[in-house]
Design a protein around this ligand. Sequence first.
Ligand code: ADP
Ligand code: ZN
Length: 709
Amino acid sequence: MSKQPKELLKTVFGYDEFRPLQEEIINRTLEGNDSFVLMPTGGGKSMCFQIPALCMDGITIVVSPLISLMKDQVQALKSNGIKADFFNSSISPEEENAVIDRAMKGELQLLYLSPEKLISVSNTWLRELNIKLVAVDEAHCVSMWGHDFRPEYTQLKNFRNSLPEVPFMALTATADKSARKDIEQQLGLRKSKLFISSFDRKNLSIEVKGMVPKKQKLQEIKRFIKSKKGEGGIIYCLSRKNTEEVSAYLEVEGLSVAHYHAGMNAEDREEVQTKFINDDIKIIVATIAFGMGIDKPNVRWVIHYNLPKNLEGYYQEIGRAGRDGLPSDTILYYNMADFLMYSKFADNGANSGMQKEKLNRMLQFAEAKSCRRKILLSYFGEHLTEDCGNCDVCSNPPTNFDGTVLAQKALSTVVRLKEKEGIGMVVNVLRGSQNAEIHAKGYAGVKTYGIAKETSFYDWRDYMVQLANQGALEILYSENSSLKMTEIGWKIVKGEKKIQMTRPVQLKDKETLKKKKPVKIISSNEVNNDLFEDLRKLRSTIAKEENVPAYIVFGDKTLKEMAAELPTTENEFLAISGVGMNKMEQFGEEFMEVIRKYKNEKQSNPKTKKVPTTLTTFYFYKQGFTPDQIAEKRDLQLMTVYSHLSQLYSEGKEVNLAKFVTPEIIKKVKVAFDKNERKFELKPIFEALDEEVPYHEIRIALALILRDE
Ligand code: ADP
Ligand code: ZN
């Protein structure tokens, strides 16, 4: 053995420390023993066989069913100067012969094969190779208990038996207890040791939003994506039609987006996928058909447009975000209609009982009012002792209160509307709304009309859902989602039963929620964003020249660290995580040149630092940039930019504020403002206007009202 694992980790891959378990697995393998590696996606499984492959002088065979992944991994290895190649049905006979030739000559350290290829050549030239290790990736495919059974895998046992002295390693991200046993048996592993690392992906934030109407959902998603400033992600939808709709909506908004589903032809799918991997398309709206063969490390967010079928699928899908370990966001939208539809599917399908049980667990997770990560991990058999601090519930712990009176008001309204109406109408009656339908139906005469004006529409809707979840009401989807009383509901109305409810998260808090990120990214210095952008551009140019995905050159994490630490010598550059010798030699000079230039510019023109932030906004405004563009340029919330503009206006600066609101809105805000004793507070006005006027418009209207008086 020529080199030590730790040394290889640094010189070849550019990393300083092994992750938990990696070193143990590597050592065990070098001692010639079998291992079973169970780690989450992005956990660093590949390193467990790649380092031994480099330590030993022979060849390591890697079996993988995913052709596109194979190519990516081999590219990544080559970029680090490792002699690797792959071999599957997608390459030509000439290429195939060239690879065989290199393998036979002992010029390859790693050879990736699909299982069917392996089987077909296992008795020919493969026998001649000096095989030192065999790694079986996606090992769950060998088990019928898994969710992705592949018959070719079952023949691997023969191969295993033909190499009794060679260590085997099985790797997967999904396998429950029964599947694990099965995999060991099917592959013929010998005295293998099981290594399970934590499945907690701390860098993923988790947020769940229930019962958001479609139009609002689309708007929220649009706003969310725009706030991400060109960082890419995936939106998962239930149906093919949905993917096309949502994608079209976002495209109209000028976003870089494409849809993906199994109904498209193979070429189109391939094209979309490649563009996404290369960052040429930022957003994919897809059915769950998308993602299996993708190893993109810088997916920054994943949104579920509908409720997933089970927690396994959900966790796997959100797991595609943040493989590089940087903070990434996940949002799940769900409503009862999704749930009911799946229930119906499940009724007709095989294994109905289990599917329904899984679906119920999914719903329970979505409706939970305690730390979501705890629930999720406990489902996978891992028990966190503390709340995570990076989910919506942790960021906004619900407060309980005795909701009996509130429930009585709501339930008696349901009764008085003869159990014919849905949530919207019931809430409108409770709030004494003046709409035409209420008058037409004579609901204004109902006894509970207007008895709960003080609670906002959105809060009411949340309470109604809580009532349904607690079994006090039933939502009959087959009858226009009308609300029906239940036994529990009647008990509450009659005062025979009390009910606890939780306060809905306040919108104001939601806006700040995203900012509380406990996950630490870069240790010491701040990332210089301008420089990061320049480095990204350079990376993209190089990637195009070399015809590889951008992340193969350097990952986002590595670029961020460069933009923080500003390395300009070879030693400094090598100290950056993710820079090995090979990449240092290939790309070091080009990247350092950009960093040097940045440093020089910064020194020669020490920015007059203390320009007030509002004036910087004003400067851009005068140059003709829209608030959206200013927010993006300055990395500010849109709301902040509007605040700046309003303040500038109040100070007498020339800002055409009136352009951003309609006269009707100004009128409405003025009425609410006067009612609130002309206190300069946005929230009461927001609520008084049924939460229909966005905060920024209220802010602007107030500036106009105050200056023009
Ligand atoms: P998996 O195969 O488990 O999904 P990968 O092997 O692709 O995960 O690893 C995910 C990312 O983590 C890769 O970018 C890899 O280079 C990186 N990585 C692996 N081990 C380490 C380590 N010890 N230190 C830093 N980064 C690592
Ligand atoms: Zn939590």
